[in-house]
Design a protein around this ligand. Sequence first.
Ligand code: GUN
Length: 282
Amino acid sequence: MTAKILDGKKIAQDYQANLQSEVTALQAEGITPNLTVVLVGNDGASLSYVTSKKKAAEKIGMSSDIIRLAEDTSEEDVLTVIRKLNEDPTVHGILVQVPLPQQINETHILEAIAPEKDVDGFNPVNIGRLYAGVETFIPCTPLGIMELLKHADSDLTGQEVAVIGRSHIVGQPVAKLLTDSNATVTLLHSRSRFLKETLKRSDIIISAVGKPGLVTKEDVKPGAVVIDVGNTVVDGRLQGDVLYDDVKEVAGAITPVPGGVGPMTITMVLNNTLIAAQRTKQ
Ligand code: GUN
């Protein structure tokens, strides 16, 4: 058996085409959605991520700006930039790329982003809203994973899902969304005692650890859906957590790295920015 490839690049393209129509409609009402990204420092991977987000936004008719700040910028100076963006009616989505340099407290920054412009869904207010079941911005990678799962032809109701990694950005929110979709989720992490056994009985595996080779063919039940969120650079190449070539022989569906979850995350940033712009009409 060879797995169905969940082609994130193609799925993202189709999704973005729909977003583009909605952007055009909003522009006809005089609103051009704007995504402003703040990047502190010179990390190469972060620069490449934010450039991709800006390009994708512009491609569907949004405007997008990148505000670059020096590596040694103080926390107060970053906060000043955010407060200005919060007040600017032409800015609909604000995204501060993480990780931040060590002199800056990440929580202070995320808390400063106006919740109605927090298109990443990282402000603790929005995280709380998610768990309270109140309208919010849902983090983009979990949203992208849920969209990919729609293309795996599997009804989530009653499915056993193993999520590896308990971050606030991916593992925990995706576990929440899956639970809301009637799946039964086991949230695994570095201290879990029965990791391999849990993987083996799962209908869906979502790995968000950043450890190449973590999920092997032996861990996967035949026909299971495997979503690989890992993106570790090894010898200049991006690698997921899953041994893709082996696992695709047993899985029912699988995401490649690159070209799986990554393009979906970017797409959901655009989705949330569009929603933020649409909400300014209300
Ligand atoms: N760093 C890695 N992924 C992300 C993301 O989705 N959003 C932000 N703000 N920073 C990131």
